[in-house]
Design a protein around this ligand. Structure first.
Ligand code: PFF
Length: 455
């Protein structure tokens, strides 16, 4: 096991350029979290008040944790377990890395199922399912009949897991870099066009108000927990993904602006997605705000027939959503694989296929949890997994990473590494305050209240 040395192993791959890194990290961040999970959480947690807390959370905590992860990764040039080990050899802190591996595999297990839904919807759209008179009753029925059919869902789930595993087995550079550069900007343009149409639907005003006018009486511990959980989930924080991505960064890159851009792009996409979903939901009534995992899949198809060329738009949209999901699934699998490759000297192929297979097995209950199996449906298996790993575990991981960076490694050393690529770190006091106090305190408070919140 490599230990103690922050030097990069000679054969370790690096991003081609700073821009390539920003695209790849944005590719990890932007995915179902922005387009599927964000509107779902907004709908379940009171609308604009959730959006407000989420934005504050990204700006003051998410950004700080992202910078902490990137700097730990770049300094050590290692996977999360090896990174912590290099900075604090022989300590229990490397548990952050193990927790990250577990969390990554568990999130991926249900994430890839939902990614499979996106591919399934692509096929449906091509087949003309959303042409003509599309009502919310129809989209609701379609969602239920599709997700409760385990054979169909399984095919798309296997496809997504197989692709993810194949890409990861071929290595970080060849695998990740080439996907995002062209496709993410196209996704953004498409979202803008759909939002422009949604915002001009008759009756869209109520949706805009729901999304933008916060009702402060709805502010609660629950809203803060879910908004922070969403911030970590969406930015791929709290499980070492950004540490791993940072470890492929060359030494002299400016980490601060990279972190800033990733936070900005990620939030921009999520917020734009909300501008499609909520105006449409209010303008074409029939879908409940707390429709949960089905929300986006039921609402989005309503907007396609409203625009000229909607058929093509629908196809493009679900194709790009599938790609966005894929660039996130590969980042989820990269964390465990980087560990086995770096620390256990496994061949990349073996690590990728074994981890991919384990994730696939773990995903089977989620496939069955939307009607196919009564018990798994009743206990809301997927919702529970998302709550435990997508909210709690990521928040806990972000807490440990903040404490590790601020107090174990030490702010001074972290700053030295940050400032080696960025001598004018203007936000220095803000970062120090956030990583030392704000982030740990806020996360401790929300984790403390979790029982009452979840109950
Ligand atoms: N950030 C991704 C999304 O919003 O879809 C999901 C994700 C990827 C979460 C990687 C966590 C992670 F480490």
């Amino acid at each position: 096991m490599e230990n103690g040395s922050p030097d990069a192993p000679a054969e370790r791959g690096h991003w081609g350029s700073k821009l390539a890194f920003i695209f790849a990290a944005s590719g990890s961040a932007i995915g179902l979290g922005n387009i599927w999970r964000f509107p779902m959480e907004v709908g379940k947690n009171g609308g604009a008040i959730f959006v407000l807390v989420y934005i504050l959370g990204v700006a003051f905590i998410g950004f700080a944790v992202m910078l902490a992860e990137l700097v730990i990764g770049r300094y050590s040039q290692k996977n999360p377990v090896g990174a912590i080990q290099a900075i604090k050899p022989g300590s229990l802190w490397k548990g952050i890395g193990y927790l990250g591996i577990l969390t990554g595999v568990c999130i991926l297990s249900y994430y890839a199922v939902v990614a499979g839904w996106a591919v399934g919807y692509l096929v449906k759209t091509v087949g003309g399912a959303f042409k003509g008179n599309v009502t919310s009753k129809l989209t609701a029925e379609l969602f239920t009949s599709f997700t409760s059919n385990p054979f169909q869902v399984m095919i798309f789930f296997v496809l997504m897991m197989g692709l993810t595993t194949y890409i990861i087995s071929r290595g970080v550079k060849a695998g990740i870099e080439r996907w995002t550069k062209v496709l993410m900007p196209i996704l953004f343009v498409l979202l803008i066009i759909l939002a422009a149409r949604a915002l001009t639907l008759p009756g869209a005003g109520k949706g805009i108000a729901y999304y933008l006018k916060p009702d402060f009486s709805l502010l609660s511990g629950k809203v803060i927990l879910f908004a922070m959980g969403q911030a970590f989930f969406s930015l791929s924080l709290g499980m070492g993904t950004m540490m791993t991505y940072g470890s492929y960064l060359p030494k002299r890159d400016n980490l601060v602006s990279s972190a800033g851009w990733v936070c900005f792009f990620d939030s921009l996409i999520a917020i734009t997605a909300g501008f499609i979903i909520f105006p449409t939901l209010f303008a074409i009534p029939g879908t409940s705000l707390d429709a949960g995992p089905g929300l986006v899949f039921q609402v989005l198809p309503l907007i396609f027939p409203q625009i000229p060329g909607g058929y093509v738009f629908g196809i493009l949209f679900f194709a790009l959503l599938s790609v966005a999901a894929l660039t996130s699934t590969i980042s989820l699998l990269e964390v465990p694989v980087a560990y086995f490759v770096d620390e256990r000297n496994w061949p990349r192929k073996k690590a990728a296929w074994l981890m991919g297979f384990i994730t696939f097995l773990l995903g089977i209950p989620t496939v069955l949890a939307f009607g196919a199996n009564k018990f798994l449906t009743k206990i809301d298996f997927q919702g529970k997994m998302d709550f435990i790993f997508g909210n709690v575990s990521l928040a806990f991981g972000a807490l440990l990473i903040s404490i590790f960076a601020a107090y174990v490694w030490g702010v001074k050393k972290a700053l030295k590494e940050i400032e080696s690529g960025n001598p004018k770190f203007v936000l220095r006091p803000v970062w120090v305050f956030s990583i030392k106090y704000l982030s740990p305190i806020v996360i401790i408070i929300i984790l403390y209240f979790i029982k009452t919140i979840a109950g």
